[in-house]
Design a protein around this ligand. Sequence first.
Ligand SMILES: Cc1cc2nc3c(=O)[nH]c(=O)nc-3n(C[C@H](O)[C@H](O)[C@H](O)COP(=O)(O)O)c2cc1C
Length: 174
Amino acid sequence: MPKGKKKEKPKDCDTKVLIVFYSHTGSTKVMAKKIAREICADILEIKPAKEVTKSGLKFLWGGAQAVMKKEPELKPLKKDPEDYDVIIIATPVWASNMTPPVRTFLNKHMARKKKVALIAKADGNAGKTIPSMKELLVKCKIIATLELVGNYADKKADFELDIEDFVGTVQEKV
Ligand SMILES: Cc1cc2nc3c(=O)[nH]c(=O)nc-3n(C[C@H](O)[C@H](O)[C@H](O)COP(=O)(O)O)c2cc1C
C-alpha cells in the first residue's frame, strides 16, 4: 500500500492484539499508547524489578547492560501474552540494541509461534535493534516493523505517516 494512504478503521476491537512495551523516559510509552488506540489493541507495560537510574549514569549503566545482553528480572506481568494471537513489541534503543527488559520478555514469553510486529524508538539511529529482536523470535512470523527515529514533536508528520503505514500493515495481516 502506498505510503500515507488512508486505511479503513478496524471493524471492531475483538482482535487479540497486545502491545508490549518498555519505556524509561516515556517516549516509547506515548507511541505505544497511540498505536494501541489506532489498532484497538490491549497494552502491557513491562518493568524491570530494579529500574535503571534516571540520572545521567543511565547512559553508561543502561548502555552497558544492553551491550552485555543482560536479562533483568521483570515485575509480574499484568496481562498474559499467551492470551493473544498477535503481539506488537516496542522498545527504546539502547546502545544500538533493544533494552534489557525487552530482551527478557522476548526470551521468556515469546517461545511459542505468534504473529509479531516490532517497534524501535531511537533518538538518532535504531542500529541493530530490529534485526536483534528478530533473531530471538525464530518461531514467530514478523508481520511489520517500525523504526521511529527522533523526537515526536519535531517529526510529527513523518511519525504519523510511518505509524499509519505500520498500523495498516498489522491490520491487513491480523
Ligand atoms: C542507555 C541509553 C542508551 C541509548 N542509546 C541510543 C542509541 O544507541 N541510539 C539512539 O538513537 N538513541 C539512544 N538512546 C536514546 C533513546 O533510544 C531514546 O531517547 C528513546 O526515545 C527513549 O525511549 P523512552 O523515552 O521510551 O525511554 C539511548 C538512551 C539511553 C538511556
